[in-house]
Design a protein around this ligand. Structure first.
Ligand SMILES: [Zn+2]
Ligand SMILES: [Zn+2]
Length: 324
């Protein structure tokens, strides 16, 4: 059951160069004028945002607060431009500060781990080249313009209070905004009506990889426990029946987990890269897709390892997975 009536403020579709298509930015046009996510840094995205604001008689100069749901380019790419126009406050969870302000540093620091996962140099080069290409539509903002937003904070949205909840997994610094009184939430990229969001690899400065899939499942469970009626995601349509959507998402995750276990039986001892190629063969044709595919692979491996069905061996140089 889809309940459109609950949306407060307006939804502005903004085009992105990514296969996912538009991102929805949400606008609270009552003071303080607040925008949730801003889109990528392209003329088309700027036009779309400006048109959306004009619907309610506003311009970018009128924006007082930007809340970034998380540190992915489709959500923050043109935040610095919005800031320069308006001098707005920009709020982001601190776990994503380095990802947004020092994109090259953040992603380059992952390379040693990607090598241990078995990624050949050709794939690593593509991973770094993609970052270069993205500079065409991302402008990293200086850290000084960011203010932290965290679990327990509140945002004034169309005259009502929204609670900030931390929903790590897809991104370590992902937040959601919840209207507890009316039981709806802005959920960013955590859950969608018709597809499963991907937990993305996150490597800590000490070189340790966080278990993003575990975090993601906990975040989904949390949304379910809140008893929300409707969620408004950043891509695709809003959707009711939050608990049922969470269960459907978990079923999709569990199904792929079984497929991966079968694969590891066939492969014997294999690196995460070898497992990824067998699990998602499209990567051979499309290297650009490798980072998301490897994130997906690690998510399944972590779940199987936690259940004691597979084990990970770390030789120092390479990681290998095999049946327990
Ligand atoms: Zn995202
Ligand atoms: Zn997104």
């Amino acid at each position: 059951m889809e309940k459109k009536g609950l949306l407060k403020g307006i939804r502005i579709p903004v085009p992105t160069p990514y296969p996912i298509g538009d991102i929805y930015c949400y606008l609270s046009y009552q003071p303080p004028v607040t925008l949730l996510d801003v889109g990528v840094n392209t003329p088309k995205a700027w036009d779309a945002l400006t048109r959306g604001l004009a619907e309610v008689g506003l311009t970018p100069k009128d924006i007082e607060v930007v809340v970034l749901s998380h540190g992915h380019a489709d959500h923050y790419g043109q935040v610095y431009r919005v800031y320069r126009e308006s001098g707005c406050r920009v709020l982001l969870h601190p776990s994503d500060f380095s990802k947004v302000c020092d994109r090259f540093g953040y992603y380059s620091a992952m390379v040693p781990y990607l090598k241990r996962a078995g990624l050949p140099d050709g794939f690593i080069k593509v991973f770094l080249d993609v970052m270069d290409e993205e500079t065409a539509f991302i402008e990293d903002p200086p850290k000084g313009i960011l203010s932290p937003i965290e679990e327990g904070d509140t945002i004034l949205w169309m005259g009502q209070e929204l609670q900030v909840i931390h929903l790590p997994g897809h991104c370590l610094g992902h937040i959601g905004l919840v209207n507890l009184e009316e039981q709806w939430a802005f959920t960013g990229d955590v859950i969608f009506s018709s597809m499963t969001a991907d937990p993305i690899i996150h490597i800590e400065p000490n070189g340790e990889r966080l278990r993003a899939m575990h975090q993601h499942l906990r975040s989904l469970e949390r949304l379910k426990e809140m008893g929300l009626e409707v969620f408004f995601p950043s891509h695709k349509e809003e959707w009711g029946m939050v608990a049922a959507s969470v269960d459907a998402t978990k079923r999709r995750i569990a199904y792929k987990e079984k497929m991966m276990l079968e694969l590891i039986k066939e492969l014997g001892r294999a690196t995460p890269f070898e497992i990824m190629l067998a699990f998602i063969p499209e990567v051979k044709e499309n290297h650009n897709f490798c980072f998301v595919a490897l994130s997906d692979t690690f998510g399944r491996l972590d779940l199987l390892e936690e259940k004691g069905l597979i084990k990970c061996e770390d030789t120092g140089e390479l990681l290998y997975y095999s049946l327990s």
